[in-house]
Design a protein around this ligand. Structure first.
Ligand SMILES: [Zn+2]
Length: 75
């Protein structure tokens, strides 16, 4: 797999309007507060992910908290 020019891994997002999933790597991290420890003692990244491209189903640019995503950041 080519790694050059890839800023982020492709993630799976779920459109909250249509409840359908899609893959995208056109997103960016916003409101990054770093790694925190949640109420269960897990270290999690407290940040939000904002889509750079419009949702293929409803056309909006959704924003998600990283905990909503099956994401590579929590490891
Ligand atoms: Zn949508």
């Amino acid at each position: 797999m080519r790694k050059d020019n890839v800023r982020y891994m492709k993630l799976i997002f779920v459109c909250p309007d249509q409840n359908r999933s899609f893959e995208s790597r056109e997103y960016r991290i916003v409101e990054n507060r770093g790694v925190i420890t949640d109420g269960y003692g897990n270290r999690v990244m407290d940040a939000k992910v904002l889509l750079n491209e419009s949702c293929p189903y409803c056309g909006q640019k959704h924003m998600y908290h990283v905990s909503e995503l099956s994401c590579p950041f929590s490891g």
